[in-house]
Design a protein around this ligand. Structure first.
Ligand SMILES: [Zn+2]
Length: 115
């Protein structure tokens, strides 16, 4: 059974949380919210759609505050997704399919094809 960090909402196999280093992690429970992935705002809508289609409940948290995104533009905003631990394997599969690094356009940062 993996451990779980309440602070980071992260499930992991190590003894201590790899993000905050906290040692007093507990065993993860099926209904714990677990960090799934962080995506650009551009892609978060697509991921949200696919998760909903697969009946996977999720929580989205914007990484940058609204004030910041007004200044630098919402396209640069990033969104974190959290799902229940019991849905994590399926959700990770979906993320892998959607955001596979084998995509040749992966390092093309210009989204000029967008209308
Ligand atoms: Zn942590």
């Amino acid at each position: 059974m993996p451990n779980y960090c309440d602070i980071c909402c992260l499930a992991f196999e190590e003894n201590r949380c790899p993000v905050c280093g906290r040692k007093s992690a507990r065993s993860v429970q099926p209904d714990d919210m677990c960090f799934l992935t962080e995506q650009e705002a551009l892609w978060s809508g697509m991921l949200a759609d696919v998760l909903a289609q697969n009946d996977i409940p999720f929580v989205q948290k914007n990484v940058l505050g609204a004030g910041v995104s007004l200044t630098i533009g919402s396209m640069l905003e990033r969104v974190r997704f959290y799902v229940f631990y019991k849905h994590l394997p399926k959700a990770e599969e979906i993320v892998e399919e959607l955001f596979s690094p084998s995509d040749e356009e992966d390092d093309d940062e210009n989204q000029e094809e967008q209308c």
